[in-house]
Design a protein around this ligand. Structure first.
Ligand code: PLP
Length: 411
């Protein structure tokens, strides 16, 4: 028998979504007539924008004609898309990112999971608690996390608690770290970082020669004009940060798959002897060895997001979700709950009432209002005492869920 990668055996099974499924199933069996509304999902519900659909059709036609057929494309993406990204996502905000610093991919999930491969196994990793679980698990698989304790904390990871007390903005690590995962706007708390807080992270990374792995998958939901959309809006960030973005939540591409990572050319790691090594060159090598690019029609579809029609349609979808967020927020506040997030992010982080844990509020919502959320404890120990709701639902269902919470929830 072939020996397996033992590190995989250190993974904690994710009981979160299977536990939710079991409780929902049990509830459904006991209440066959009940109509459940799911406000826990992290997937979009609006269809793709019309401009994107048109581009998909046109690109499919191109693939059907010998003169315009495309085989393998560049592993890091077509310049026509990278140029649009550089111009619209960065240039328009006064940020200088060259098209060849943009690596187009099939998802921010794969990028944030794979990026750790270009770093040494003994790098010390810091991440927020609560957290998007992919950052943790990909480092566990690589043997960088150590062993988990009863509470599910790995002994070699440095956890940065994000709590009500620190406004869900983590303190700088108390010990030297090499890699720091930051996700803003945040999943699950819906928090954003101010320019000053982001600046403190960039300073920290520069002082300690750490690398910031900045996941900006929800950048399009930022409303507050003072909140930075990109880590590269902060001076000096090009020497210490990699940014991840996605068309998933921006333009409804969760099932279509297109994203990108920005790795600046100035960004260096070091070899065992201390010599500087370009992380851009390593990521290029990694992607060109293990990835063969995003399909041409999908990249054409992503480029259509930047057309005037595409921009307008994308804005409408985001406005739609943010109106859902407002409806949820106002409704929950009206029944006396404390709610964070939902202003610059599609996630609402609901504080459980005194005496109730994450799972107890989950059960209460399910049993009394027939609404499904996600217990905050599932995202890490500091998520205990919270429940995550999302603004990605259909309008009528969102409105009805809030109405039920208002009229049926016994708080
Ligand atoms: N990053 C964060 C923080 C997410 O919440 C998600 C999806 O839920 C992703 C990345 C995944 O994005 P993609 O669909 O591009 O893989």
């Amino acid at each position: 028998m072939a020996r397996v990668n033992d590190h995989y055996l250190e993974l904690k099974s994710s009981y979160l979504f299977s536990d939710i499924a079991k409780r929902v199933q049990a509830f459904g069996d006991a209440n066959p007539g009940a109509r459940l509304i799911r406000l826990g999902i992290g997937d979009v519900t609006r269809p793709l924008p019309a401009a994107v659909i048109r581009a998909l059709h046109d690109a499919a036609d191109e693939m059907g004609r010998a003169e315009t057929f495309k085989g393998y494309g560049p592993e890091t993406g077509y310049p026509f898309l990278a140029e649009q990204i550089a111009t619209h996502d960065y240039g328009a905000r006064g940020v200088n990112v060259a098209p060849d610093e943009i690596f187009i991919s099939d998802g921010a999930k794969s990028d944030t999971a794979n990026i750790q491969e270009i770093f040494a196994p003994d790098c010390v990793v810091a991440l927020t608690d609560p957290v998007y679980p992919v950052y943790v698990d990909s480092n566990v698989m690589a043997g960088r996390a150590g062993r988990a304790d009863q509470a599910g904390r790995y002994d070699r990871l440095v956890y940065l608690p994000c709590t009500e007390d620190n406004g869900f903005s983590p303190a700088l690590p108390g010990r030297p770290v090499d890699l720091i995962y930051l996700c803003y706007p945040n999943n699950p708390t819906g928090a954003v970082l101010t320019r000053e807080s982001l600046g403190a992270w960039v300073d920290y990374a520069r002082r300690h020669q750490a690398v910031l792995l900045y996941d900006a998958a929800y950048e399009a939901y930022i409303r507050d004009p003072d909140v930075p959309h990109s880590i590269f809006e902060i001076e000096g960030a090009r020497e210490v940060a990699i940014e991840f973005r996605s068309f998933s939540k921006t333009a409804g591409f969760t099932g279509t798959r297109c994203a990108f990572a920005v790795v600046p050319k100035e960004l260096m790691g070091r070899s065992a002897t201390g010599a500087p090594v370009s992380l851009h060159a390593l990521w290029f090598r990694r992607q060109s060895t293990k990835f063969n690019g995003v399909p041409y029609p999908i990249q054409k579809a992503a480029a259509a997001v930047y057309t005037p029609d595409g921009q307008k349609q994308v804005r409408e979808a985001i406005d739609f979700y943010m109106e859902n967020a407002r409806i949820i927020r106002d409704g929950l506040v009206a029944v006396g709950l404390t709610v964070y997030g939902g202003r610059n992010a599609p996630y609402l982080w609901v504080k459980t009432p005194p005496g109730l844990g994450s799972w107890q509020l989950f059960d209460k919502l399910l049993n009394e209002a027939h609404v499904v959320g996600t217990p905050g404890a599932g995202f890490g120990p500091s998520g205990e005492g919270y429940l995550r709701l999302t603004a990605f639902g259909q309008r009528a269902k969102t409105v009805e869920a809030i109405e039920r919470i208002k009229t049926r929830l016994k708080l």
